[in-house]
Design a protein around this ligand. Sequence first.
Ligand code: AGP
Length: 612
Amino acid sequence: MCGIVGYVGNEQAAPILLDGLERLEYRGYDSAGLAVCGEHGGLTVKKTKGRLQVLREMTHDGADQPGCTGIGHTRWATHGVPNDVNAHPHVSQSGHIAVVHNGIIENYAEIRRELTEKGYHFQSETDTEVVAQLLDYFYQDCNDIFEAVVRMIHTVDGAYALGIVCADCPDRLIAARKDAPLLLGYGKDCNFIASDVTAIIRHTRDITYMEDGEMAVVEGDSIRIYNSQLQPVEKKHYYIDWEIDAAEKGGYDHFMLKEIFEQPVAIRKAIAPRIQGGKVVLRDLKMTPEEIRHIRKIFIIACGSSYHVGMVGKYNLERMLRKSVEVVLASEFRYSDPIVGPEDLVIVISQSGETLDTMAALREAKKRGARILSIVNVVGSSIARESDDVLYTWAGPEIAVATTKAYSTQMAVLNLVGLYFADVMGTMLKSDYDEVVKGLQEIPGKMESILSRVDDIKAIAKECAGHENVFFIGRNVDYALSLEGSLKLKEISYIHSEAYASGELKHGTISLIEDGTLVIALSTYGPLFDKAMSNVVEVQARGACVLALTTDSHRAEMEKAVPMLLTISDIQEMLLPQLGVVPLQLLAYYMALERGCDIDKPRNLAKSVTVE
Ligand code: AGP
């Protein structure tokens, strides 16, 4: 999604903004631009379609834009095709005001019509340009940029994170937020605005998150924040303790590969402090044992890969708690008039903590009285702040659009929640509980062993990369895992891929299997191994070429049946997807690499989906 960065201080703004935008590249974008308040009045605006390198060349790494106050933007097109004109910043007709925006102005067509009648000429097809022209309109009247922003905000509907500069007050940025992430960074003799912390972490670790309805006046030596009633507000500061290296590639060809290899460490960080003396201890959970015992039903709400974690969670939590668990796509939940109330627990899963659909579903559930427990990676993000309880995954920054370590740590934390609740509810045999706890602690080591065999997976990926259609099949937790394996493959390699519960094949999909079709048969789940074998035979009889994923204990049997095999160590059944996902991530990565794809920034995708 769009990325925003803004700087005001004593140094030249443009190079700092370009550096910040580079760090936001992972969010996905199709064009980029800068607006800087000139040293001798006026604004300089440079923007272009394409990669940031083009903007760098156009501005000579920012040198062509003198001035110490500016805003930068990477755009991910929603209204209007990706081109130079639609790129941000958008400038008002008078040329005095420039705006960068993340979100969607829903009533833009109506505002555009009204302003056109008043003599405004629009250059772009974007919803954002109405913000710039509306500000111009109000500014002509009041000659005060803050007042103009207040009036503009009362006129627009929709979602926005906004950065605004005005040539008449060149030492100031104005920021505003509603339903799109924006944070403020406190530097030394300078201050920042940014969509996320990676953009400014080189300059400051002292930040605060803006809330919906807030506005900020940012100057080099102060930041004043106001709520929607225009009262000044004091805000909690967060200290960001990520290593800068964590947001850089560190010798790997891609962030995705680096993040795949970071999984053992990430899982250790997520679980080690939460297991003490063989028991799960969730000190960060405020829910009382009494409240846990009285949960009627559990909902898990998320999007994309986070939803796939929820699918594994359904199998595991129902097994651990003998309680009904419903997994719902956030985008469906919010409009489904959900039957959820004060007696229910809603577990919200999100890496970014900013996914708009997930946020909206959370609010819907909260409005109906449900208790919200979120599992989130980004500390202080919107979803984390609006939840009753938050369990952080502590995976560090995830830069590649295709999630890997966030998926794994979300699943580990969800398993911890299951164990903790089972202990409180008394729903698990001690021996089973102990086995899962022990298994969780073994995951990092077993993941390392899979990662050490990366060359085998690379070789198989090479053989498979030419296929244009792939089917993933599995039962139980293997089915849940197949959803993620398939998504990973399609999002970065652009190979058409589908995931099916193996038992469903005969009900239609099997008609698509023909000579040479690649079927990836996930057969790690021991209790249903024989059934998985039958499905392998079934698709092979129709000509399929099968790549199987199974455990060491089933290797010998599976080896006899299929031409290509991946294996993982045996582990407690509920934890199989924690290991099984690693070869599937690597398979997708190397298949995409073979096909020459832009792995970290796949086409049409954004890291943080902050629009509906
Ligand atoms: C998966 O690789 C994607 N990045 C995507 O499906 C992602 O999981 C989804 O958009 C949800 O994001 P969130 O976890 O930040 O809410």
